[in-house]
Design a protein around this ligand. Structure first.
Ligand code: HEC
Ligand code: HEC
Length: 378
């Protein structure tokens, strides 16, 4: 019988290490037979302290425990330096670099579209990065309060986020989801330009952000986000300032003070049904353009589709994806038969999202891309 006496990490890796290591070493008993043969207790992470080389009545081979499971390694100074960045709303920390929406679009189509869809529309659980004109959509944030008949708030970067610096930092350190910290500073500026352009954002002086507008560290914070004051009142630090702010109801009310008995007419009561899928999370798109039919018929676009929708994982092996052309990795998969491969691809399997995230592909198109991968990998 296995008895756990050490703090265990119950991950698959830890469990397999446990199974193949002689953790219990009293030397005399072989639990592979005897009355406890075949039995094993996994105790759900209970910690037994080791005292005098023993946990309760069990001896512990402390030698085998030295160094734990040897997972990972200490980060190097340079790695820590690379990750230790801070781009703040006051402009501090922004690095040199520049990019335009035009450049950003190309990067987006290579590295982001598989999850965030065309023009940042989002879908399949991936957040939308734009829903159209941010200034119009900003009005929806107060829909339930001011016009209770309207739909719920639309919360995307353009309509909802108060600070542009968050977008820069989020993309730099978190995206693409499967390869964070892989983008150059220029690429991140370009993506901020592109996503801001999709949201139809302007600079604070009213200038538009068009395809060629360059975003850099000097103008990034001049992008005018409509919800910049939407989270906290903009009060200078200091208790006196806070008191002064709240003493004037005009700062936060609609300008009219009304506590009771001052409402004329019949109050309109609207109950809000909280639908987690649409109101609590960034909205999920249901609208998507159908793929355009090319005149001229059946041109096989599999190679292009592969490059824009699958390569980000299947070229690099990101997330454990079998690399295209790696015969050894594909042989056992091909053995399953094409029908199974299609099915796994369309429904998703493990870290592979349904259709690799490219849900706009028709089944027939997707299958052709699988054919293309398989033909290049055997
Ligand atoms: C493999 C899928 C994947 C790829 C590729 C990807 N993202 Fe994301 N992205 C996500 C997921 C999942 C989230 C939500 C993360 C969360 O909420 O924790 C997200 C969130 C975001 C957000 C925050 C949206 C919000 O309103 O909360 C931004 C901005 C973003 N991604 C930008 C990008 C950019 C730019 C790229 C390309 C460089 C990219 N993503 C590539 C999966 C992906
Ligand atoms: C976000 C990363 C990602 C993207 C994008 C992606 N894949 Fe995959 N794919 C994976 C991973 C990971 C696996 C391995 C899944 C497993 O076996 O658990 C996989 C496996 C597969 C398999 C084999 C399934 C099986 O039964 O062995 C096929 C076929 C496949 N992908 C096709 C595609 C096609 C076609 C595209 C583009 C339209 C694509 N993938 C895009 C990550 C991805």
């Amino acid at each position: 019988m296995f008895k756990s006496y050490h703090k265990l990490i119950f991950s698959a890796i830890a469990m397999s290490a446990l199974a193949s290591t002689t953790l219990l070493a009293d030397g005399s008993k072989n639990y592979a037979d005897g009355p406890d043969k075949g039995k094993r207790v996994i105790d759900g992470g209970v910690t037994y302290p080791i005292k005098h080389g023993m946990t309760s009545s069990y001896h512990v081979n402390e030698k085998t425990l030295k160094g734990g499971f040897k997972l990972g390694r200490t980060a190097t100074k340079n790695e820590i330096k690379k990750w230790d960045i801070d781009e703040m709303p006051d402009g501090k920390g922004f690095p040199e670099g520049k990019g335009t929406a035009e450049e950003g679009e190309e990067i987006y189509e290579n590295k982001c579209i598989a999850c965030h869809f065309d023009f940042g529309a989002g879908g399949n659980g991936y957040p939308a990065l734009s829903k159209g004109n941010a200034y119009d959509l900003h009005k929806t944030l107060t829909n339930q309060r001011t016009t209770p008949d309207k739909d719920g708030p639309v919360r995307v970067y353009g309509s909802y986020w108060p600070k542009v610096s968050t977008l820069w930092w989020y993309i730099k350190t978190g995206m693409p989801h499967n390869a964070p910290m892989s983008l150059t500073n220029d690429q991140v500026y370009a993506l901020v330009a592109y996503i801001s352009n999709l949201n139809e954002l302007k600079f604070t002086d009213g200038t538009e952000i068009d395809e060629e507008t360059e975003i850099n560290k000097d103008n990034i914070l001049k992008i005018d986000l409509p919800n910049k004051n939407g989270f906290i009142p903009d009060i200078d630090h200091g208790l006196d300032n806070v008191r002064k702010f709240y003493a004037n109801y005009k700062n936060y009310g609609n300008g009219k003070r009304c506590m009771h008995n001052c409402f004329k007419g019949k109050p309109k009561v609207q109950r809000i049904v909280v639908d987690m899928a649409t109101t609590a999370l960034p909205p999920i798109s249901t609208k998507r353009d159908l793929p355009k039919k090319k005149a001229g018929g059946n041109v096989d676009k599999s190679k292009e589709i592969y490059a824009s929708k699958c390569a980000m994982c299947h070229d690099s092996g990101a997330a454990g994806a079998p690399v295209k052309g790696d015969k050894k990795a594909w042989a056992p998969r091909i053995k399953q038969g094409m029908a199974t491969l299609y099915k796994h691809g369309i429904k998703g399997k493990g870290a592979m999202p349904p259709k690799g995230g490219a849900s706009m592909l028709l089944d027939t198109e997707f299958k052709k891309v699988v054919d293309y991968i398989v033909n290049s990998s055997k």
